[in-house]
Ligand binder design. Structure first.
Ligand code: PMP
Length: 399
């Protein structure tokens, strides 16, 4: 018999399954609110002008395609570090931050998880309830036990900070805590500045290992304000991990371009940590691809391209905000009595709408509007053509 005879069919990825169903739907008015991708007002994934300019220059110079350093190019690492920590960060001056290019935010989480597994194999990983659906599986596949800490409060549509604090305060030392640095996926509910300071204190007092996941820098309030969590941890004297991604902020999803940064206690420690992280990378994929890192580094190191990128990023952020306000107003105009104003306060690409699984099902069957059964919708999939249609449909299913 086959060596694969005992292999069971894995469960379908819920969001990719949604995409398949959407693609198969023949209705012209269909709308896919399930994805985690930014679309422009024409419903297209943008290719940013800053990216185009950097790519054009690269193509013209026809650079050779040798192997990269295991941790990626240093120009890329420096660009990532400046975004996360601020270019005048004392940690950077002290050599306390190492950064490795990674295959998107997911790849950054995975090399961080593999490194942590060798460092502290018995630690438990704590993720928010709920969290990005890949967090649990990713850390479980790296060999960790994964638990939830309380996070979302459906009653207030915000964070149940008291419960979160109580949980974090009781964790055994060495526990790994995965924190969404901004634009929490899937809820859109973030911690305040003061709450971040409390979380830093809990991590310090409890000897916890913070792992900040920053997939949406620039999508809430801007590049600098969205780094508030990283900056509080940076000021704390703690060691911590940051996975970051340019999938969204540069609209470079398929280039798989992200980074893992690790803050150490001292320059000498950085050298040892980097040497071990390089072994993790070397045994996984040897060294990272060239193109995405080259484009990002070129944009961030050129004053003109950087300005162009910041303007385009602001454009994406503002359009999502406009869709949030637009949806709330359109629901009101449809006569919906339920208060949806919380949608305006949620941050990033997503909203936890509070729609039930049955209501989401009705949106799909009756209107061809696809959303995750938890009620999460992607605001960046709304545009001036489908907004009114979506609002009317939501009004019908909540009536
Ligand atoms: N973390 C979170 C919270 C995310 O939402 C995502 C992407 N949806 C990622 C990580 C992974 O990003 P990437 O596509 O760059 O791997």
């Amino acid at each position: 018999s086959s060596i694969f005879a005992a292999v069971e069919m894995a469960p379908r990825d819920p969001i990719l399954g949604l995409n398949e169903a959407f693609n198969a739907d023949a209705r012209e008015t269909k709308v896919n609110l399930g994805v985690g991708v930014y679309y422009d007002d024409n419903g297209k994934i943008p290719l940013l002008n800053a990216v185009k300019a950097a790519e054009k220059a690269r193509l013209e110079s026809m650079p050779p395609r040798g192997y990269q350093p295991i941790e990626g190019p240093s120009a890329y690492a420096q660009a990532v570090q400046a975004l996360l920590f601020g270019k005048d960060s004392a940690l950077l001056a002290n050599g306390q931050v190492i950064t490795a290019e990674a295959l998107g935010g997911t790849g950054a989480l995975k090399i961080g998880a593999d490194f942590l597994k060798r460092l502290n194999p018995d630690a438990t990983v704590y993720i928010s309830d709920p969290s990005w659906e890949n967090h649990r599986a990713l850390f479980e596949f790296a060999g960790f036990k994964v638990e939830n800490y309380p996070y979302y409060d459906a009653a207030t549509r915000g964070v149940d900070f008291a419960a979160m604090k109580a949980c974090l305060g009781g964790l055994p030392a060495g526990s790994i805590v995965v924190l969404h640095a901004c634009c929490h996926n899937p809820t859109g509910a973030d911690l305040t500045d003061a709450q971040w300071q409390e979380v830093v204190g809990l991590c310090r007092d409890g000897g916890l290992v913070p792992f900040l996941d920053m997939a949406y820098q620039g999508f809430a309030d801007g590049i600098e304000p969205d780094a508030v969590a990283v900056r509080h941890f940076a000021a704390s004297g703690l060691q911590f991990f940051v996975s970051s991604s340019f999938s969204k902020s540069f609209s470079l999803y398929g280039e798989r371009i992200g980074a893992l940064s690790i803050v150490t206690a001292a320059r000498e420690e950085s050298a040892r940590v980097l040497s071990q992280l390089k072994r993790v990378i070397r045994t996984n994929y040897s060294n990272p691809p060239i193109h995405g890192a080259a484009v990002v580094a070129a944009v961030l190191s050129s004053p003109e391209l950087r300005q162009m990128w910041e303007d385009e990023l602001a454009g994406m952020r503002d359009r999502i905000r406009a869709m949030r306000t637009g949806l709330v107003e359109a629901l009101k105009a449809e006569g919906v009595s339920q208060d949806f104003s919380f949608v305006i306060k949620q941050r990033g690409m997503f909203s936890y709408t509070g729609l039930t699984a049955e209501q989401v099902e009705r949106l799909r069957t009756e209107f061809g509007i696809y959303a995750v059964s938890t009620g999460r919708i992607c605001l960046a999939a709304l545009n001036s053509r489908n907004l009114a249609y979506v609002a009317r449909a939501i009004a019908k299913v909540v009536a």
